[in-house]
Design a protein around this ligand. Structure first.
Ligand SMILES: [Zn+2]
Length: 159
């Protein structure tokens, strides 16, 4: 079988950032998949599942309620390696275009207080597996170390 596109990225050189992972055509529409890379693969510890799960609930809730983007959101969810998230939006977009949206989403996570949306037995398959405090800390780190003042080398995949 052929190696799929996301396995051809050089994960050894990859640093945390906001990258375009791929673009797919579905009929006349382009779907852009963003790689929201939060930790350096194989270099830093990965995120634990409870905080990843919490960020998934918060991020999906944020995106699907966003006044400008809610109708463009296809998907938001974690990478299996737990080093980041994929965000899929309708439209032919570049990483620079979504930095304000991604920044707003992680500020929402960082500042979130109260009950995590969808964290109940009725709404989720593993609702006890949540860690809001760690989710908030990881969101803060991604904002402070990556998103605020992001430069070109964190917006385009390394060769
Ligand atoms: Zn869940």
């Amino acid at each position: 079988m052929e190696k799929i596109a996301s396995f051809t990225i050089n994960h050894i050189k990859l640093q945390p950032g906001v990258y375009v992972s791929r673009k797919d055509k579905v009929g006349a529409e382009t779907i852009t998949t963003f790689d929201l890379r939060m930790t350096s693969p194989n270099e830093e510890p990965v995120m634990n599942t409870a905080e990843v799960h919490t960020m998934e609930h918060l991020g999906a809730t944020f995106l699907r309620n966003h006044k400008d983007y809610k109708d463009k959101v296809i998907y938001f969810g974690p990478m299996g390696c737990r080093t980041g998230f994929y965000m899929l939006l309708a439209g032919d977009l570049e990483s620079r275009d979504v930095v304000p949206l991604v920044t707003e989403m992680y500020e929402f996570m960082r500042d979130f207080e109260g009950d995590v949306p969808g964290a109940s037995a009725m709404d989720c398959g593993n609702y006890l597996d949540m860690n809001l405090n760690m989710a908030k800390l990881l969101a803060k780190n991604y904002l402070d170390k990556v998103l605020y003042g992001i430069k070109e080398d964190r917006l385009v995949y390394p060769q």
